[in-house]
Design a protein around this ligand. Structure first.
Ligand code: CP
Length: 315
């Protein structure tokens, strides 16, 4: 594997999940693989889980790790071509990515969308430029439209905790105070549509995701209808795809509470985190027996380690 940017970069999904679970059982079995190899983690946006879990995963494989918060600690990057750089940007992504490629064997990049120009975000302008100019294998740490390490950890969690062979998995929209990217729900949908699950998306009118990511999913505007007999409920806010990055008004109550779970198959509740309590998800669920959000975050290590292992094996 030279690029991990979506589920389409995975040749055998079941094998990758099985590998992550093997690494969870025996984290230090492949420490020789990363000896004298360096991972650079480049963040254009904040992170807790992705940063710490990927560092831990790399160290479990014997790698050295460098982290650069380029938004706070690096030079202001110019992303456009053919511009006179007489404004606030100091270094072009062409040189910056190329230089990082000189220092690292594998690079991870986080680059969120601007949520203003849909074409720019959905062509993954920043992520793809970085891949082009760094010349090294790249792992997405969340791009404008996808968060594949999160989705792999989510599938690992579902595989581990399911109590029937083909579980019902519901992705439900949740409220928020500001427009959030579609990367997590896009990615989760894309992975679930390839996994052996019965997958349903529930969202208010106006919050339909791009159909590019939802082929094979059942889509409804009725949350309660979606939750019936659910084994897993994945809670997430996202802004509209059309009109892009906006927050169409929602009049119904989409905040999940314990009462909402009565019609489920004793569902486990997932969220990628960070979560705003009592806005996106209620205290009673987060603090109760249904929540698996911390367990899910723990699995970020094994997802990252499985991907890095495949990349190291192909260097
Ligand atoms: N879920 C997730 O990616 O968390 P961070 O933004 O903290 O990395």
């Amino acid at each position: 594997m030279k690029l991990f940017s979506s589920v389409n970069d995975v040749t055998d999904l079941d094998a990758l999940v099985a590998q992550a679970l093997q690494l969870k059982a025996d984290p230090f079995a492949h420490q020789y693989l990363g000896k004298n190899k360096t991972l650079a983690l480049v963040f254009m946006n904040p992170s807790l889980r992705t940063r710490m879990s990927t560092q831990k995963a790399a160290r479990n494989l014997g790698m050295d790790v460098m982290v650069l918060n380029v938004d706070k600690e690096g030079w202001a990057l110019e992303l456009r071509d053919n511009v006179i750089m007489n404004g606030t940007t100091v270094e072009h992504i062409r040189e910056a990515a190329g230089v990082m490629g000189e220092y690292a064997d594998i690079i991870g990049l986080r680059a969120f969308p601007g949520l203003k120009d849909r074409d720019e975000d959905y062509t993954e302008m920043i992520f793809n430029k970085f891949v082009q100019f760094c010349g090294k294998p790249v792992v997405s740490l969340e791009s404008a439209t996808r968060h594949p390490l999160q989705s792999l950890a989510d599938l690992v969690t579902i595989t581990e905790l399911k109590i029937r062979s083909r579980p019902k998995v519901v992705l439900t929209w949740a409220p928020h105070v500001k427009p959030l990217p579609q990367a997590v729900p896009n990615s989760f949908a894309e992975w679930m549509c390839k996994a052996d699950v019965d997958f349903v998306i529930a969202q208010p009118k106006g919050y339909e995701l791009s159909t590019k990511f939802t082929q094979g999913a059942t889509i409804t505007y009725n949350q309660q209808e979606a939750l019936a007999d659910a084994d897993f409920i994945y809670v997430k806010n996202w802004s509209a795809y059309e009109p892009y990055g906006k927050m169409p008004e929602v009049t119904e109550d989409w905040l999940l509470k314990n009462d909402s779970l009565k019609i489920t198959n004793n569902a486990k509740v997932m969220h990628c985190l960070p979560v705003r309590r009592n806005l996106e998800l209620s205290d009673e669920i987060l603090d109760g027996p249904h929540s698996v959000v911390v367990h899910e975050a723990g699995n970020r290590v094994w997802a990252a380690q499985a991907v890095l292992k495949q990349m190291l094996e192909n260097l």
